[in-house]
Design a protein around this ligand. Structure first.
Ligand SMILES: *Cc1c(COP(=O)(O)O)cnc(C)c1O
Length: 402
């Protein structure tokens, strides 16, 4: 594993690597965003296309709610952008995850393997489906689920059940699914994860909430397993106010997900017939209209964000702060630009200085297994996640068209 960790993450301080001070970073951010005073946010939405036109059209049509042409158009656009055969719109990214896990077969007391370094929605969706998360370490360079750690955990802690199901030796529970997450839009080694999952008969669902427009080996993130999910929350690369999507290549899965997301109603001209406990997870047409207008601008947004990433990369060259770059064979959307400080003290002093000076920066999330509701969950050794938790900071990353 060590061999594949790039210089930028693994480097030791040398004579050439000068400490970079918080003042210098904040000054650079203000210059780059052409904002001398006032707040610079972590990630602001940008509405530069057909947003108002589509929203006005939707209001004029009266179809503002769960039925309307933009929901269908949004699903078609998501399928086309990701290369998946089917896309199902949902009201947010968390419900997309919940539904995807249910459709993947996660039931009460099943276990789901995921990473401890993620936004809480990943673990919560497992709980909503009745599952129990097991936290497996990440790779340092991708900040996403580590194939090495996953393989080691499965070899040591599982056995094959009578019906070919992967069982946890410690709990005798079925490990039904694996839910990796592409942190900040940086693709993880998802092809290796997919191979391991199929070897152990575990369903793979990708939390691609942060990685719209990110590719690994020329395939869009979210297309490597049974399903992938996305979020269109206000802080993501493109936003629908609130929204989500599930993508899949499996027709049966797509139909089931759509059915359950729309109260499991059997189509009928007037009768109310429902054949399962369904959900009202539909995306309103109003939000879908916003999503369509935003998706039209996706490639421009990503080009703009990658230009910003190149500027940041230049700033941190020859300093003792690492700027996170995509791994080989990956193309990241650079949703949130990410730096790694040499230690926690330097991280904290930068967070303090920048936020006191109205430049919004954020640490990476607290590990899920430290939160009260997940503190008793099983984990693999988490040395990489713990290392990153102490050092990682996100920098302002909005598109700059102003
Ligand atoms: C944003 C996000 C979600 C949830 O999306 P919502 O639309 O806010 O429900 C899930 N997982 C990750 C990793 C996210 O960043």
């Amino acid at each position: 594993m060590e061999a594949s960790v790039p210089h930028s993450v693994n480097k030791k301080a040398t004579m050439a690597e000068k400490p970079i001070q918080p003042e210098a970073i904040v000054r650079f951010i203000r210059e780059t965003f052409k904002t001398e005073t006032g707040n610079i946010f972590l990630h602001e939405p940008y509405f530069g296309g057909n947003e108002k036109k589509y929203l006005t059209e939707t209001i004029d049509s009266t179809f503002v709610s769960s039925i309307g042409k933009y929901v269908t158009r949004f699903e078609e656009m998501m399928a086309s952008i990701t290369g998946a055969k089917y896309a199902i719109a949902t009201v947010n990214g968390t419900t997309a995850l919940h539904l995807a896990l249910l459709v993947a077969g996660v039931q009460r007391n099943c276990e789901v393997l995921t990473q401890p370094l993620t936004f809480v929605a990943t673990a919560n969706a497992i709980s909503h489906a009745g599952g129990i998360p097991v936290f497996i370490d990440v790779d340092k360079d991708t900040m996403g689920l580590s194939p090495t750690a996953l393989r080691a955990f499965l070899q040591e802690h599982t056995y094959m059940g009578a019906d070919g199901r992967c069982m946890n030796k410690q709990t005798n529970r079925h490990i039904a699914a694996c839910l990796p997450m592409h942190t900040f839009g940086f693709p993880l080694r998802i092809d290796e994860i997919a191979d391991i999952c199929s070897q152990y008969n575990i369903q793979l669902v990708e939390d691609a909430a942060e990685s719209l427009g990110s590719y690994y080996k020329n395939k869009h993130t979210g297309t490597f397993g049974l399903m992938g999910t996305f979020s269109f929350n206000g802080n993501k690369t493109v936003t629908s106010g609130s929204g989500g999507a599930i993508i899949t290549n499996d027709e049966k899965i797509a139909k089931l997900a759509k059915h359950l997301s729309t109260t499991a109603k059997i189509p009928h001209q007037w009768e109310f017939v429902h054949d399962a406990v369904g959900y009202n997870y539909r995306l309103p047409n109003l939000n879908a209209a916003l999503a369509c207008a935003q998706l039209e601008q996706l490639s421009g947004f990503i080009e703009n964000k990658r230009e910003l990433a190149v500027l940041y990369k230049g700033l941190f060259e020859s300093t003792d702060v690492s700027f996170v770059w995509e791994i080989k064979d990956a193309v990241a959307n650079f949703w949130l630009n990410t730096i790694i400080f040499p230690d926690e003290v330097r991280k904290t002093s930068f967070l303090t200085y920048s936020n006191e000076h109205q430049v919004m920066t954020r640490p990476i999330w607290q590990l899920m297994n430290r939160l009260p509701m997940y503190e008793n969950c099983q984990t693999s050794p988490l040395s990489n996640a713990i290392w990153l938790e102490a050092r990682v900071v996100n920098l302002p990353s909005s598109v700059r068209f102003k």
